[in-house]
Ligand binder design. Sequence first.
Ligand code: SAM
Length: 282
Amino acid sequence: MTSLAHLPPLRDVIARFDLGARKALGQHFLLDLNLTARVAAAAGDLAGVTVIEVGPGPGGLTRALVESDAKAVVAVERDSRFVAALADVVAAAAGRLTIVEGDALEVDMTAIAPAPRAIVANLPYNVGTPMLVGWLRQIQEFRSLTLMFQKEVVDRIVAKPRTKDYGRLAVMSQWLADARLVFDIPPQAFSPPPKVMSAVVHITPRILPADAPSFKDMERVVAAAFNQRRKMLRAGLKGLVAQPEPLLEAAGILPTSRAEEVDVAGFVRLAHAWRAHQDTQF
Ligand code: SAM
């Protein structure tokens, strides 16, 4: 196992390379190496897995990942200042750590890391949700995603029907994956501290049946349904079809239901009904 105990403390790295946090890039650093080791451990068994880290920053979590059983670590960082600061970690990792300079929203993760691959990241909170949605689109490409977000986002990922947090993110995440809140992290664990609580979520892909709806169909139906979340479902679905009632009936959902009362299986039936309806239009 690689030990990086000889590397200088992260605070020294930050001072030496003048790595003041940039708010626009959502920079909140984890400097406590016990905590970064806990985040890496939340990813589970990484033996034989290539880990992609988004936003290594000064490298606290990167060090923990290099010290894990992962086969290799590929870290994607947008802020070029960190590339030089991570040179010591790259050297100590002896070929197991590669830094890719770029925007993780644009990078094809399957092109930079061979399967089996997993993502572990303390995400930049301003772009964390679009990143997650992009990875959900191709979730079968990943062994798991272990991600830190604002706790409010994690609550929306794991929310159950009939709760205020249940919405598009919960349905899409839980349709495609099992998502579990692992632990919360208070603001003072970061430098500089964010305004809100954070949390780690562990996401593993589900095996879907061969006739599962397409991502696009499911996304359209769910978006329309939650567009008017306080109204009856048939009102929201009017954005999709002129006559929602037959679709709801085919899906076995009461037309008077509200979107937040429909479970993931209900939305899958609705997406099937919408597809069948679309296919009869031509
Ligand atoms: N992993 C480090 C840690 O835990 O201390 C830093 C986490 S900080 C919350 C987010 C990191 O993501 C920063 O290093 C930031 O520069 C980087 N970042 C922001 N936007 C990015 C993007 N679009 N692509 C890749 N990295 C990005």
